[in-house]
Design a protein around this ligand. Structure first.
Ligand SMILES: Nc1nc2c(c(=O)[nH]1)N[C@H]1C(S)=C(S)[C@@H](COP(=O)(O)O)O[C@H]1N2
Ligand SMILES: [Mo]
Length: 401
C-alpha cells in the first residue's frame, strides 16, 4: 500500500542509527547520544527558562509613564496571556500601592456609604472569569496607514486573563442602591485620577472588582491590588488601582469620555460612549515579521474576540479574500474572551495574502477596512476592527498588508 502523503505533515528524512540497532558495535545509538545533566535546585517562585526570551514590545519613549507596552501576540499560544506579557496602558505610570493601606469607597446615591479594606473584599463571595481587555486605541494606526508590520504593533493592545474578584452587584447590594442611581463613576488611585462613567445596568449585569489574575495577585501594571473589570467594554473603563465608586444620576463627561475615546465622524459629529468592543480577529501565525521555513504544511493560527459574546465562526482566506474556509475554534469558547482558531494549510511557495474574519454570536461580521472607513471615515484613532491581512512573499517573508 502506498503511504498517504497527507498523513505526514513534515517530510523529514529518517535518522540513520535507530535505538538498539546501531550500524557498528562501537558507535553510539541515537538514544545513547541524548544528553543528561544534573538539574538546578528548587526555588520558591518559578521563573521562565532563560532560553525563553519572549517580551512585551516596549517603545522608546521620553515619558514612559504616559505610554503602553504591547503583547507579542505572535509568540503566545492558546487563549491566556501570561501576566508578564499582558499589555499595559497607563496615563500616569504604575503606582506602588500597599494593599494593607488600600481601600475601596462606595458612595453617592446609596443608602449606606461603605469603605472596604482588601481583607474585607476577599471575605465576600468571589468569582473567576476569563475575559479579554482591548484598548480602544488598539490598531489605531490602521485607520490612516493600514499595513501594521507585525501582530504586536498592529494589534498588541489586547490580552486575555482569568480574573478573580467580587461582583459589583454584591458590593452595590451591601451599600443599597438608590433608585435615582443610573450611572457609576469609577476612579483609580494613580496620579491622573482617571475616572469613567458606566451605565448601572451593565454594572449590575456582569462587572466585578478583581484582585487576582491567572491565579495570583494582580500585577502592578494591571492595577494591583484592585481593578474594575467590565467584560466586553473598551479597556479604558477597566479602571486600575480602583479606589472609589460613586453612584450618580448621569454620565459625567470625564476627560476620557470627551478628549479621548470618542470617534470624530466625517460629518463632524462624534461617536461617544461606544463601549462595546466590536468583533475582531488576527492571524498570529504566520504573521508580519516571521519567516516561513519552506513550502508545505503550516498551521494557520490566530485569535478572535468580541464584546458582544462568544465567537461563532472565524473564516480564513489564503487567496487575498476571494474564497474563505472555516477555521477550527478551540473549546471552550467563552463569552467576551479570546478564542483561538486554527487551520491546516499547504503553502505552495507562491506569494499570497492571508486574512481572517470573525463572526460573533450576535451575527456581527468583522468588516473589511473599506467597509469600516465608509461608515466612520478616517478621523478617529480609536475602535478600529477591520480585517487584517498578511502578505507572504515567495522567499517566505511575511509583511503587513
Ligand atoms: N487608573 C487607571 N486605570 C486605567 C488606566 C489608567 O491610566 N489609569 N488606563 C486604562 C486603559 S486606557 C486601558 S486600555 C486599560 C489597560 O489595562 P492593562 O494595562 O491592564 O492592560 O486600563 C485602563 N485603566
Ligand atoms: Mo486604552
Amino acid at each position: 500500500m502506498k503511504p498517504n502523503p497527507r498523513r505526514r505533515f513534515l517530510q523529514l528524512a529518517p535518522i540513520a542509527a535507530l535505538a538498539g540497532c546501531a550500524a557498528k558495535p562501537d558507535e553510539k545509538t541515537e538514544d545513547e547520544k541524548l544528553p543528561s545533566m544534573v538539574g538546578a535546585p528548587i526555588r520558591a517562585y518559578g521563573e521562565r527558562s532563560p532560553h525563553d526570551k519572549t517580551k512585551r514590545l516596549v517603545p522608546d519613549l521620553k515619558r514612559p509613564q504616559l505610554g503602553s507596552t504591547r503583547t507579542p501576540l505572535a509568540d503566545t499560544e492558546g487563549i491566556i496571556t501570561p501576566a508578564g506579557l499582558h499589555f499595559e496602558r497607563h496615563h500616569a505610570g504604575v503606582p506602588d500601592i500597599d494593599p494593607a493601606k488600600h481601600s475601596l469607597l462606595i458612595h453617592g446615591l446609596v443608602d449606606r456609604p461603605l469603605v472596604f479594606s482588601m481583607a474585607e473584599l476577599k471575605r465576600l463571595p468571589s468569582e473567576s472569569r476569563i475575559h479579554f481587555i482591548e484598548c480602544s486605541g488598539n490598531s489605531g494606526g490602521e485607520w490612516k496607514a493600514p499595513g501594521g508590520p507585525d501582530a504586536a504593533r498592529s494589534c498588541g493592545l489586547a490580552s486575555c486573563s482569568e480574573w478573580t474578584g467580587v461582583s459589583l452587584k454584591v458590593l452595590l447590594d451591601e451599600a443599597g442602591l438608590k433608585k435615582e442611581g443610573k450611572w457609576l463613576l469609577a476612579e483609580g488611585a494613580d496620579a491622573c485620577k482617571m475616572f469613567r462613567s458606566l451605565p448601572i445596568e451593565k454594572c449590575l449585569a456582569d462587572c466585578f472588582v478583581a484582585y487576582a489574575q491567572n491565579g495570583e495577585a494582580l500585577r502592578p501594571e494591571q492595577g494591583f491590588p484592585l481593578r474594575l473589570m467590565v467584560p466586553g467594554y473598551e479597556g479604558n473603563v477597566c479602571v486600575k488601582w480602583l479606589r472609589q465608586i460613586k453612584v450618580v444620576d448621569v454620565p459625567y463627561q470625564s476627560r476620557e469620555e470627551t478628549s479621548h475615546y470618542t470617534d470624530l465622524l466625517p460629518d463632524g459629529t462624534a461617536r461617544q460612549f461606544s463601549f462595546v468592543v466590536d468583533a475582531k480577529s488576527i492571524i498570529t501565525s504566520p504573521s508580519g515579521g516571521q519567516k516561513m521555513n519552506g513550502a508545505g504544511f503550516h498551521e494557520i493560527r490566530g485569535l478572535a474576540w468580541s464584546g458582544r459574546g462568544r465567537i461563532d465562526r472565524v473564516d480564513v482566506s489564503t487567496d487575498g479574500g476571494k474564497t474563505w474556509a472555516k477555521a477550527t475554534l478551540q473549546e471552550p469558547r467563552l463569552s467576551m474572551a479570546f478564542t483561538r482558531f486554527r487551520m491546516p494549510w499547504q503553502w505552495d511557495g507562491q506569494p499570497v495574502e492571508i486574512m481572517s474574519r470573525a463572526v460573533d454570536e450576535s451575527g456581527y461580521v468583522q468588516p473589511t477596512r473599506e467597509e469600516l472607513v465608509a461608515a466612520r471615515g478616517v478621523n478617529s484613532q480609536y475602535h478600529y476592527n477591520g480585517i487584517k491581512s498578511w502578505k507572504i512573499e515567495s522567499d517566505g517573508s511575511v509583511k503587513g498588508a
